[in-house]
Design a protein around this ligand. Structure first.
Ligand code: ATP
Ligand code: MG
Length: 236
């Protein structure tokens, strides 16, 4: 459903992505592991169209979206939770969630109820300001908002960054449940090995703007193997 071929992108004259190739089928969850500065965020921004490629292509369900604007790609089913979450700190949780429908007309109370069924932890927080939530609650809010439009493809940028372990586990469970219920396709970039292992069916490694390898799932707990691939050390 997502097909990326020889994608190059960068900032000004500085190349960051140097030929990304990635093929993901519907309903698959793919984790991409990489150090700081290797191009993880740049890759996701190129997929959603915040950054246009200098070479190469992105196809979604067979359609070439490489030159499309982010809002057009969103209409075709892409959703993105940026690094740092970017919720609205001075809006209530409810209003933050409503933002997820902005481009599709107003959300009804039913729409919100249905969405909140997958995010029970947000239910008692609806009147709180977004900025008053904990980091983990904000991440759940950002995730819920991204799912409001019922996307087919969810792109997540380091959702566990700066979050308590108990909520990290809850986020992993929520993602797994959503994938099963909705046949959602997920691309997750992360540096947290345990999380990536629990959410992803395949784990790829990004280094200096290229996908350099795939870590067999059964070897994700093997510290030596993983650091050989990435240099990222496991918390095991
Ligand atoms: N807006 C920008 N202008 C210029 N260079 C940028 C910009 N954003 C990122 N870069 C550079 O591009 C490279 C890749 O950055 P990117 O944010 O994609 O890395 P990352 O893998 O997401 O890192 P992190 O784990 O720290 O989030 C880095 O060298 C970074 O300094
Ligand atoms: Mg990043």
């Amino acid at each position: 459903m997502l097909n990326i071929q020889k994608l190059h992108a960068g900032y000004g004259s500085i190349p960051v992505l140097r030929g990304i190739d990635l093929h993901i089928t519907q309903g698959q969850a793919v984790g991409i592991l990489g150090h700081n500065g290797m191009g993880k965020t740049t890759m996701l921004r190129s997929i959603i169209g915040a950054l246009l490629p200098t070479q190469g292509s992105v196809h979604l369900n067979g359609k070439d979206v490489s030159r499309m604007q982010p809002n057009q790609r969103a209409k075709l089913g892409m959703a993105y939770v940026p690094q740092g979450r970017e919720i609205f700190p001075n809006l209530s949780v409810t209003d933050n969630l409503r933002m997820g429908w902005v481009k599709r007309g107003r959300a009804t109370t039913d729409d919100l109820d249905v969405l909140l069924n997958d995010f029970p932890r947000l239910k008692p927080l609806l009147d709180r300001m977004g900025g008053s939530l904990s980091g983990g609650e904000q991440q759940l809010l950002a995730l819920a908002r991204a799912l409001a439009g019922n996307p087919q493809l969810l792109l997540l940028d380091e959702p566990t960054e700066g979050i308590q372990p108990s909520i990290i586990e809850e986020i992993a469970e929520t993602l797994t449940a959503l994938r099963q219920q909705r046949s959602l396709t997920i691309v997750l970039v992360e540096q947290n090995l345990d999380f990536i292992a629990s959410v992803s069916e395949r784990v790829l490694v990004i280094k200096r703007g290229q996908i350099t390898g795939e870590i067999p799932r059964d070897q994700l707990n093997d510290v030596d193997t993983v650091s050989e691939y990435t240099g990222v050390s496991s918390s095991h």
